[in-house]
Design a protein around this ligand. Structure first.
Ligand code: ADP
Ligand code: MG
Length: 702
């Protein structure tokens, strides 16, 4: 049923066909509702008068009342300017104009009282106000109007058609004469508004357009952000709930011999509390008869591999096969070697499959897999190819999932009949928790938020080119202690040639500084053949080389516990989460480890903050928060597809707290009333239905 808000904008007082056409074309405003939702992008605060002696560089926009004492025209040519000296009872400030000087000279009244509005600017340690608005105080405005005025985005075209800032404000006034609280029914229950101290919906929308002061604006903003995030979460959680109810999964009813035997006899260490908690959660999932789709998030080194292995053993105990897919050949190999060694003589058959496994070997593996003789298959993307057929795949695990697309994840589902396998994805990408929960709307999320004991925090330092020799000296000391070192160069496609050249130059410099036979250096980069890469990698893994110089191919998952130093070249070109991943390659053994961030002397403010963050903390989640703040959610993997970027007023970089509150409330409500049938929840359901009709984009989330 159409409502007032669906009325075409054409019918609003003062609009008409021509202006309506422009509003549609320039701003995408078609209806009353669209206009209502086009919030001001800033506000001009004229609610008070400032005193000149209280002004500072940080004052921003201020309003003053005083007397124009004197005007002078100074300078020549481009520097010609009009200076007005303006004083109130506390001091004097200069007003400056570079344009319209002639007109101003003719019209400004020296000695007259004025109200001045403008932005305070610091110039050579003096404060001034360039190009202020100026209005003479007279009978009419003696009480000079005190307002908190909205400013709407406009375009040149709109400006010329009377839809400038003032025109837009008039439209909003006309709109609010047309709509009443009945057109904007409350969509959140009273108890929630009271608990969170949020204004009602109509009130908030009025205040966002016409706040009387900062407090009203803040309250309106909080309410509208909360509302947006709450309904987003409600929608995500509801669709997850529905899917779960719909997808049956294999029941792994028991935790059996293999699991227990491994746990008692083979596990080389005590699990951390976090590892135990996560495994317990997964065990519950696996026994529930519903297909598991779970993301395990754990910082680098938190011990995800052993968690994966224990889950795989549960699958085996229940008579199913299982697979582990990794994004690179090197990483898959490493998992294969590590897991084969861990399971030892348990009688579990583990095999490796990738594009590089060919001929007879491949044929034999595929046959054994289909016959059910292989229990654990470890490999690369090759695992999802059509020609890989399992007898009964019960659990599919992918490591470092951010490297795989959603489609690839989905293709694992088809590897098993009649039911899809349980799916576990493991990632070290530090994504702020709340964001992860939202991004992976279709996944349950567990976090391994504790590192194994005894890890020494990695010492991170920032060094510039002039420290180069000292860095070399330090590397030599560490090598003398028997340790190994990574030296990493950035490599991005756009500047691939130059990056490779940098890498090769770096390699030559290192070779001069660390000559054979005393020193051996491995080199790995993306242009090498996989076999060569692997050879160089293996030399380093075996300790035959002391230095490994590489582009970011080592970023993902490599485990060489003896490596204690990570030197990162051109650090400023790496993103925060990448730096954190790289740093995670060291600090895996018992030794004190170091991360050295090399840059030029000159750095952008952003790069400096990234580096300072790295130096300050080892905590992946803290780094993720900083990354989100610095780069915004648009750069975090997965956000593009999620619809999160279409948020209207909330900002994921800043509104993490609100998001968290919104999510837990939405969860609590759905736990009790998944279809929102309780009278208290009906307004929410109706709002969701209405929104679904309005916005197409949400459909893509689920
Ligand atoms: P990631 O989470 O980065 O994949 P790994 O699974 O590679 O971490 O584990 C890193 C290292 O920590 C490995 O050498 C592993 O054997 C070890 N490890 C894992 N869990 C524990 C634990 N509970 N106690 C001690 N060491 C552990
Ligand atoms: Mg790992």
């Amino acid at each position: 049923m159409p409502t007032t808000l669906d009325t075409s904008i054409e019918y609003l007082k003062g609009v008409g066909t021509v202006k309506a056409g422009m509003l549609q074309k320039e701003l995408g405003i078609f209806t009353f509702g669209d206009l209502l939702n086009a919030y001001p992008y800033r506000y001009v605060d004229k609610t008070k008068f400032h005193k000149i002696n209280e002004l500072s560089e940080e004052s921003g926009e201020v309003q003053l009342k005083g007397i124009l004492r004197k005007i002078d025209v100074l300078g020549e040519g481009g520097k010609r300017r009009l200076i007005g000296r303006f004083r109130d009872e506390t001091g004097v400030i200069e007003l400056v104009w570079f344009r319209g000087i002639y007109w101003l000279e003719q019209n400004l009244k020296v000695g007259a009282p004025y109200v001045v509005f403008g932005r305070v600017n610091a110039f050579n340690n003096f404060l001034n106000i360039p190009h202020p608005e100026l209005e003479e105080v007279n009978e009419g405005n003696q009480q000079a109007e005190l307002t908190f005025a909205p400013v709407y985005s406009s375009t040149d075209k709109l400006n010329t058609k009377g839809l400038d800032a003032k025109g837009r404000r008039r439209l909003m006034e006309a709109l609010f004469e047309k709509i009443s609280p009945a057109d904007l029914p409350e969509n959140l229950p009273d108890y929630m508004l009271q608990k969170l101290k949020l204004p009602a919906r109509y009130q908030a929308l009025r205040w966002i357009h016409f706040p009387k002061n900062q407090q009203e604006l803040d309250a309106a903003t909080r309410r509208l952000k909360f509302e947006e995030l709450f309904f987003l979460q409600l929608r995500l959680l509801q669709s997850k709930h529905r899917r779960k109810a719909g997808t049956r999964g294999y029941v792994f009813s028991k935790v059996g011999d293999l699991f227990h035997q491994f746990y008692k006899e083979k596990l080389p260490f005590e699990l951390t509390g976090a590892q135990k908690r996560v495994i317990k959660g997964i065990r519950t999932d696996l026994g529930a008869g519903v297909q598991m789709n779970r993301l395990v998030q754990g910082d680098v080194g938190s011990g995800k591999t052993v968690v994966a292995l224990l889950c795989m053993l549960i699958a085996l105990d229940n008579g199913f096969q299982t697979c582990l897919m990794a994004p690179t050949e090197i990483l898959a190999q490493q998992h294969f070697a590590g897991i084969s060694e861990l399971v030892g003589d348990l009688g579990v058959r583990v095999e490796f499959l990738s594009g590089s496994v060919k001929g007879k070997k491949r044929k034999a593996i595929l046959e054994a897999l289909e016959a059910g003789d292989i229990h654990i298959l470890i490999g690369t993307h090759a695992l999802i190819e059509d020609w890989v057929v399992f007898k009964n795949l019960g659990l599919a695990i992918t490591d470092e999932q951010h490297r795989f697309g959603v489609a690839q994840r989905a293709s694992l589902w088809k590897k098993s009949k009649p039911l899809p396998p349980h799916v576990l994805v493991m990632t070290a990408t530090p994504i702020p928790r709340t964001l992860a929960m939202t991004l992976y709307g279709d996944l349950d999320v567990s976090a391994i938020d504790e590192l194994p004991p005894g890890r020494k925090p990695i010492t991170t330092v920032h060094r510039t080119e002039n420290h180069r020799l000292r860095v070399f000296g330090f590397m030599k000391e560490e090598i003398a202690k028997g340790r190994q070192i990574y030296v990493v160069y950035p490599l991005i496609e756009e500047s691939e040639k130059l990056d490779l050249k940098n890498l090769m130059e770096g390699y030559e410099a290192l070779s001069r500084e660390f000559p054979p036979p005393q020193y051996q250096i491995s080199i790995v980069h993306g242009k090498m053949k996989p076999a060569d890469k692997d050879f160089e990698m293996q030399r380093f893994v075996k300790g035959e080389t002391q230095i490994m110089i590489a582009t970011t191919v080592i970023e993902v998952g490599v485990n060489v516990p003896n490596a204690s130093v990570m030197v990162i070249e051109n650090t400023d070109r790496f993103g925060l989460s990448q730096l954190h991943q790289l740093r995670g390659r060291v600090g895996r053994g018992a030794e004190q480890s170091y991360c050295i961030l090399m840059t030029d002397f000159k750095l952008s403010a952003d790069a400096r903050e990234r580096i300072q963050t790295m130096v300050r903390t080892n905590d992946g989640f803290e780094i993720a928060e900083a990354d989100l703040r610095l780069r915004g959610p648009g750069n975090i993997e997965g956000t593009q597809q999620s619809g999160l970027l279409n948020l209207h007023i909330a900002d994921l970089g800043r509104d993490g707290k609100i998001l968290q509150t919104a999510r837990s409330l939405a969860q609590r409500i759905l736990d009790k009333d998944p279809e929102l049938q309780h009278p208290l929840n009906v307004p929410m359901r109706e709002h969701l239905a209405k929104e679904r009709g309005r916005t197409r984009d949400w459909g893509r989330i689920s």
